[in-house]
Write a protein that binds this ligand. Structure first.
Ligand code: GUN
Length: 598
C-alpha cells in the first residue's frame, strides 16, 4: 500500500493507498473535530488536502451511530481516526477500552484505525514507560485479532531511546505498515526538538524501511523539514486552529502574534487579502477563521516545498537553512547527525543539487563524512584557488586541499568535491585549449578514470582492461573525459553532473566478470529475465537479494540467483528497502534492445 517515488536521505516522497484512497507523502492531516466540521472541511478541501484525522472517541461518547465517517464529515479523501488516548492525556478520565474503540472505528469505516495506546509522559520513570510500552503491545495484538482493517500502531517510549527501540521492535513484529510516533507532544511543547528527532529516528531504525512513519501532533511547519529528513512521512495538526484562537500566525520560521505586529502581516495567499488593520478590527470568530485558514495554507505550502526539495535532492541544504530558525532546532539537527551509521545507508553518493555550506554541521552530513572517511588523504595538499582543480593546474598528479580535506586531484570532478559551494571559492569552467589537445592531458584522464573507477566500484579500471588498449572520447567543448571504449565498444561514460561512471552493456558485463559476488549486484529469479531483457524496470517485489554495500543511485548489475548476468541499471532504493518493499521500483533498468543485437 506504500511505495517510494522519490527520495533524499531518509526523506521520501511516497504514495500511500488505503481503501482506494491515495495520498502523496510527506502529508499533513489536519485535525477536524467530528462535530465542528464546518467550515473546516470546505477550507481543507479547497486547500487540496488529501487526508484528515478526526477523533473517534468524541463520536463514540456522543453515541454517533452514523455509518460512514466519510459521509458524516462530507470528505471522501483518506480519514484516519484517533482513539481517545490523547484526550486521556490532556483531560483524563477516558473510559472506553481498546477493544471498544477499535471495533467502533471499524464500524464507522475509518481508513486508518488507531489503537488505544498508553501515552507515556517525558516525566514518567523508565519502569512506568516500560509497562506502558508492554501494555500498548498487548493492545495492538488484541486489536489485530479484532479487525483486518488498516491500522496505526503507535510507538511509545517516553524519553528513553531503549524503550522507543523496544516499542518499535514489538509493534514492528506485528504484520503492520503504519506506525505513529506517540508521546512527543509534551516534548515539542517544551521545545525539546532534539528528543523528538531521537524518538523518530530510533523508531525508524527499529522498524522495517517500508513502514509509514507518522509524527503524532507535530503540527508546526517550522519543524517539518527536519522531521522529514529524520524519516517522518505524515504529520497531523490541530495547531492551525488552536493557534488561530489566540491570534497566533504560523510561518515556516516560527509563530507571530497578531497583537504584536505593527507593520505588516506575514505574506500568504490568505492574509494578503486583508490589511493588518482590517484583521485586527474584525470580530473574533471571523478573524480566527482567517488565521486558521492561513495556518493551514502555510503548513500545506511547506509540505509541498519539502516535496520539491526532495525531488531536487536538496533536502539537506534546505533543512540546514531552515533549522537556523530556532537554536533548539539546530540542536535537534545536530542530534540527527549523530545517527551517521544509519543515515549513511540511505544516502546516495551524489545528488542533483550541490552542497551548500552553512556551517560546521555541513561537514557532518553522511554523504560528506562517508567520502572523507574513504578518500581523504593524510598528507599535505596543494592549495588551488579554482575548481575543478585540474582545469586550473593542468595534468598534475597531486593531492589538493579542499574544504572537505585533502583529496587526490583525480577526484576533482566527483561529487561533492566540485559540486559544493563554500565562501571564497570560485570556478574555472574552461580548460586551456593547448592543454586539452596535449597527449599529457589524455594520459592524465586515463589515470583519473582508473582512480574514480576504483572509488566507485572498489577495483581499478586496470583490473578490467589494459589501460593501453582503451580509447577515450573527450567533450569537444570542455575537454572533460566523456566515454571509455574498448575495440569500438562503449564500456563506461563519465557523467558531467557528478563525475561518476555510468555503465554501458559491455562495461557492465566486464565488471560482472571481475567483481566477486555479491558486489554491485541485485539478484532476481530467472523467471523475470525476459521481462528485464525487454528493458522493463525492476520492481522491489522481484528482488531476491542485494549487495549490502549498494546505496541509492548506485550503478548495479542485475543477475539471476546463479549469478548469470541479465542486465544493468541504477538503484533507486537502498538494500534494506529493496528487501522490505512489496511495491514500487527498485532498479531503473538501462538495457537497450541494441545491446542485445550482437
Ligand atoms: N496524539 C498525539 N499524541 C498521541 C499519542 O501518543 N497517541 C495517540 N493515540 N494520539 C496522539
Amino acid at each position: 500500500m506504500f511505495q517510494i517515488l522519490h527520495r533524499d536521505g531518509l526523506g521520501r516522497i511516497g504514495e500511500l493507498t488505503v481503501n482506494n484512497r491515495r495520498i502523496l507523502t510527506p502529508a499533513l492531516l489536519p485535525v477536524v473535530h467530528p462535530f465542528m466540521k464546518d467550515p473546516w472541511i470546505q477550507v481543507i478541501k479547497d486547500l487540496g488536502f488529501e487526508g484528515i484525522i478526526t477523533n473517534s472517541y468524541i463520536l463514540f461518547k456522543r453515541k454517533f451511530e452514523g455509518k460512514d465517517i466519510h459521509d458524516h464529515l462530507g470528505f471522501n479523501g483518506l480519514i484516519m481516526t484517533d482513539s481517545g488516548t490523547f484526550q486521556d492525556y490532556v483531560y483524563g478520565g477516558i473510559e472506553a477500552t481498546n477493544s471498544q474503540m477499535v471495533t467502533y472505528q471499524e464500524k464507522i469505516n475509518s481508513d486508518i484505525i488507531t489503537i488505544r495506546d498508553v501515552f507515556s509522559l517525558p516525566t514518567d520513570s523508565w519502569e512506568q514507560v516500560n509497562s506502558g510500552v508492554e501494555e500498548t503491545y498487548s493492545r495492538a495484538i488484541e486489536a489485530k485479532n479484532l479487525t483486518k482493517n488498516y491500522m496505526a500502531l503507535p510507538i511509545q517510549g517516553g524519553k528513553f531511546p531503549d524503550l522507543r527501540a523496544k516499542s518499535a521492535r514489538l509493534m514492528g513484529s506485528l504484520d503492520n505498515e503504519y506506525f505513529p510516533i506517540g508521546g512527543i507532544v509534551p516534548l515539542m511543547e517544551s521545545y525539546n526538538y532534539s528528543s523528538v528527532v531521537e524518538a523518530v529516528i530510533v523508531s525508524k531504525m527499529n522498524l522495517k524501511t517500508n513502514s509509514v512513519i507518522h509524527a503524532f501532533g507535530a503540527g508546526h511547519p517550522m519543524f517539518f523539514p527536519l522531521l522529514v529528513l529524520s524519516g517522518a512521512d505524515i504529520f497531523d495538526s490541530s495547531a492551525y486552529i488552536k493557534y488561530a484562537r489566540d491570534g497566533r500566525i504560523l510561518t515556516n520560521e516560527g509563530t507571530v502574534e497578531l497583537n504584536y505586529i505593527s507593520e505588516e502581516l506575514p505574506q500568504s495567499a490568505i492574509l494578503d487579502k486583508y490589511t493588518l488593520r482590517e484583521l485586527k478590527e474584525m470580530n473574533e470568530s471571523e478573524r480566527t477563521l482567517i488565521i486558521a485558514e492561513h495556518n493551514l495554507y502555510i503548513s500545506q505550502k511547506e509540505i509541498k516545498r519539502i516535496r520539491e526539495e526532495i525531488r531536487q535532492e536538496n533536502l539537506w541544504n534546505y533543512t540546514e537553512y531552515r533549522v537556523r530558525a530556532h537554536p533548539l532546532l539546530l540542536d535537534a539537527y545536530r542530534k540527527l547527525l549523530t545517527f551517521y551509521n544509519f543515515l549513511e545507508r540511505f544516502e546516495s553518493r551524489s545528488k542533483r543539487s550541490p552542497i551548500f555550506y552553512t556551517g560546521d554541521e555541513t561537514f557532518l552530513r553522511p554523504l560528506v563524512r562517508r567520502i572523507v572517511e574513504k578518500e581523504a588523504k593524510n598528507q599535505e595538499g596543494l592549495q588551488v584557488n579554482k575548481k575543478p582543480y585540474s582545469f586550473y593546474l593542468g595534468p598534475v598528479d597531486t593531492v589538493v586541499k579542499t574544504p572537505f580535506g585533502n583529496f587526490s586531484i583525480y577526484m576533482d570532478e566527483t561529487y561533492p568535491i566540485a559540486q559544493s559551494v563554500f565562501p571564497g571559492e570560485y570556478y574555472e569552467k574552461e580548460i586551456k585549449e593547448e592543454i586539452i589537445k596535449s597527449q599529457e592531458w589524455k594520459d592524465f584522464l586515463i589515470r583519473k578514470a582508473n582512480y574514480i573507477f576504483r572509488y566507485q566500484f572498489s577495483i581499478p579500471l586496470s583490473n578490467l582492461v589494459d589501460l593501453k588498449e582503451i580509447q577515450i572520447r573527450l567533450s569537444k567543448n570542455t575537454g572533460k573525459l566523456r566515454n571509455i571504449y574498448l575495440n569500438d565498444k562503449l564500456l563506461f561514460s563519465l557523467r558531467a553532473e557528478d563525475g561518476l561512471f555510468t555503465l554501458a552493456y559491455e562495461g557492465a558485463k566486464l565488471l560482472h566478470g571481475k567483481l566477486e559476488k555479491p558486489r554491485q549486484r541485485v539478484f532476481v529469479s530467472k523467471d523475470i529475465s525476459n521481462f528485464l531483457l525487454e528493458g522493463k524496470n525492476l520492481f522491489s517485489k522481484f528482488v531476491k537479494d542485494v549487495d549490502d554495500n549498494l546505496r541509492p543511485g548506485d550503478e548495479v548489475i542485475i543477475v539471476d540467483e546463479e549469478d548469470q548476468f541479465i542486465s544493468f541499471g541504477r538503484a533507486i532504493l537502498s538494500p534494506e528497502e529493496m528487501r522490505d518493499f512489496k511495491s514500487g521500483l527498485a532498479v531503473k533498468n538501462r538495457i537497450k534492445s541494441r545491446d542485445l543485437e550482437n
